[in-house]
Ligand binder design. Structure first.
Ligand code: SF4
Length: 210
């Protein structure tokens, strides 16, 4: 089982130097701010069901890159007490062990000649280990890119990338939203931001985040 390790050590293991990590972190936070501004603009006239305390989107398998994970881990380390941190690692590692077959399937080509891992992703559902008891996100300011797009963008099929509550609320409304996949693709030019996995995978492999 993973133990809590210092965020600086994890960042150094992945980026090789503090400067390399900080450069990637600044670029990531800048992209987050840009996407947030675009989402605010494209959704400002819509009636969305999202509100503080609603955590419907945090019971799905949410994917993020190693870079995003290290930035989230860094934030969590600075804002959470040791007992809670240990509890998060325990919970996330238990989730990984419970769902290991499905989670590890994302690290190999999709089965049966499928074009992607969408079918596996649909089967993988768990309560995010970073979701606090009050329904708030423990890392909200640095939450992953897909969380920022969820409920506010189009999926690859031109439907709503979001939960059923958002889909139902937007029926009949005129929409000009970001495309989730192409927006997420912008991260691929960043260091350690090509592959994606779920939080339980990362917490269970703290020394080897890729
Ligand atoms: S990290 Fe936060 S926003 Fe992302 S799934 Fe977990 S609780 Fe939700």
């Amino acid at each position: 089982m993973s133990a809590w390790v210092p965020a600086a050590r994890l960042a150094h293991a992945l980026f090789g130097s503090e400067a390399g990590y900080l450069e990637a972190k600044i670029a990531l936070l800048s992209l987050y701010a840009e996407v947030d501004a675009k989402v605010a603009e494209t959704t400002k006239d819509l009636t969305l069901p999202c509100h503080a305390g609603c955590d419907a989107c945090c019971h799905e398998a949410v994917f993020l890159t190693p870079l995003e994970f290290v930035v989230a881990y860094d934030y969590l380390s600075a804002h959470t007490g040791p007992a809670e941190l240990a509890s998060i690692v325990r919970e996330a590692t238990a989730l990984y062990e419970h769902h290991q077959g499905l989670i590890d399937a994302f690290d190999v080509p999709p089965p049966g000649g499928a074009a992607d891992h969408t079918d596996i992703a649909r089967q993988l559902k768990f309560r995010c280990p970073l979701l606090a008891a009050d329904g708030g996100c423990r890392i909200y300011p640095v939450r992953e890119l897909y969380a920022r797009l969820f409920g506010a963008s189009f999926n690859a099929q031109g439907g709503i990338y979001g939960c059923h509550l958002v889909g139902e609320a937007l029926v009949g409304q005129t929409l000009t939203l970001l495309n989730a996949a192409s927006t997420a693709q912008r991260l691929s030019s960043f260091a350690h931001a090509r592959k994606r996995q779920v939080f339980p995978h990362y917490f269970a492999h703290l020394w080897l985040p890729e």
